[in-house]
Design a protein around this ligand. Structure first.
Ligand SMILES: Cc1cc2nc3c(=O)[nH]c(=O)nc-3n(C[C@H](O)[C@H](O)[C@H](O)COP(=O)(O)O)c2cc1C
Length: 351
């Protein structure tokens, strides 16, 4: 693992989990927090209209254990964004992030998300208003370009305009977005990754904190990128394989137990939360859908996933389902492991 760069600020953003609609809700974040104490977590995008007119407790509620926690806002009206930033700060969020990366048509019709890359002055107005309203950091998550505005010069113009308005941290998804013709999902995989553009940006604008996002699968990869950028944000890989975060505290924050919590330890520590949520009336499936990947790439992974997803929909199911599913990974998996030494991994002991 390469040493951290000399320029690395004492930042909590060395590693973060990306904002993901429908995925990084508060149950998911609580679960991820049990795996890594210090990795920065982001909420799903919340629009200003929803905050101003909707159920704030549902949209903005979180468990105190989730810190450090950033909220991502979607909007393009400076006054509304400033008001929402203030509301979020009062609720205790540690960072306010503006979404300038989402290409979905619904978001585009609301004139926010990635289409705002075409309006750097408007984004600057939004950032200025938010910075004036709050004292926590205001950050922007963006792409490297949209449609035919995809030159390096366009990117620098956008970033410097936004930085001059008071944003010193940009999270850059190293892909452009096509606003016509590609679905949001295709826009996360079809345009090629251009880490070189983000690297050049950091080199030309060294005083800005630049966080790299897009396509990063492992902590080893994250560590390699940290030799030139200030932080790495991981999205899909952290959701599908959450236990990849287990070594993050030791590697990137120099803190935490040298031995990360075992998967079984994570389950055990998740149970009181689960019990409390069920007592409040939360459906089991709404929580357990986020933990299906806990045993990803281990011999018991498929069995765990099947047991949890089938079991969660049963009416009588409760938190003991997790213990039973973990138990079921015991002896058989261990023997399977021994038969296939090339796949040998540490096998969970029953909880
Ligand atoms: C299901 C899903 C929902 C997403 N929702 C958001 C969102 O609300 N706001 C945002 O800025 N990006 C969103 N993204 C994009 C991710 O934050 C990230 O930029 C993208 O997945 C690339 O990172 P990765 O390759 O590590 O996954 C979403 C991605 C996924 C897979």
């Amino acid at each position: 693992m390469p040493a951290l760069p000399a320029h690395a600020p004492p930042s909590g953003r060395l590693l973060s989990v990306a904002p993901m609609m429908d995925w990084t809700d508060r149950h998911c974040r609580y679960f991820l927090r049990l795996i890594s104490r210090h990795t920065l977590l982001y909420t799903e995008m919340v629009t200003t209209a929803a905050i101003l007119h909707g159920d704030r407790e549902r949209l903005l509620g979180f468990h105190p254990a989730e810190h450090p926690l950033a909220i991502q806002l979607g909007g393009s009206e400076p006054k509304d964004l400033a008001e929402c930033a203030k509301i979020a700060e009062c609720r205790g969020f540690d960072e306010i992030n503006l979404n300038v990366g989402c290409p979905s048509p619904r978001v585009r019709n609301g004139r926010f998300g990635a289409c705002l890359m075409a309006e750097p002055e408007l984004v600057a107005d939004c950032v200025r208003a938010m910075c004036e309203a709050v004292s926590v950091p205001v950050t922007v998550k963006t792409r490297i370009g949209i449609d035919d505005r995809d030159s390096y010069e366009d990117l620098v113009r956008f970033v410097t305009t936004v930085a001059d308005a008071g944003c010193r941290t940009l999270i850059v998804h190293a892909r452009k977005a096509w606003l016509q013709g590609l679905s949001p999902k295709e826009n996360r995989q079809t345009p090629p990754l251009r880490y070189d553009m983000v690297r050049r940006l950091k080199s030309d604008l060294p005083r800005l904190e630049i966080v790299l996002n897009g396509g990063i699968q492992t902590l080893d990869e994250a560590g390699r990128h940290l030799s030139w950028c200030d932080g790495v944000m991981i999205g899909r890989a952290a959701y599908h394989n959450p236990y990849l975060l287990a070594d993050a505290d030791r590697r990137f924050y120099g803190r935490g137990d040298p031995k990360p919590r075992t998967r079984e330890g994570v389950i055990e520590d998740f149970l009181p939360y689960l019990r409390e949520e069920l007592a409040k009336g939360t459906r089991l499936h709404a929580i357990t859908r986020h933990i299906l990947g806990l045993y990803h790439a281990t011999p018991g992974g498929r069995r765990w996933r099947r047991r949890i997803s089938e079991g969660s929909s049963r009416r009588e199911a409760d938190e003991t389902l997790l213990l039973e599913a973990a138990d079921s990974l015991g002896v058989d998996e261990y023997q399977e492991n021994l038969r296939r030494p090339e796949r040998r991994v540490s096998v969970p002991s029953p909880v």
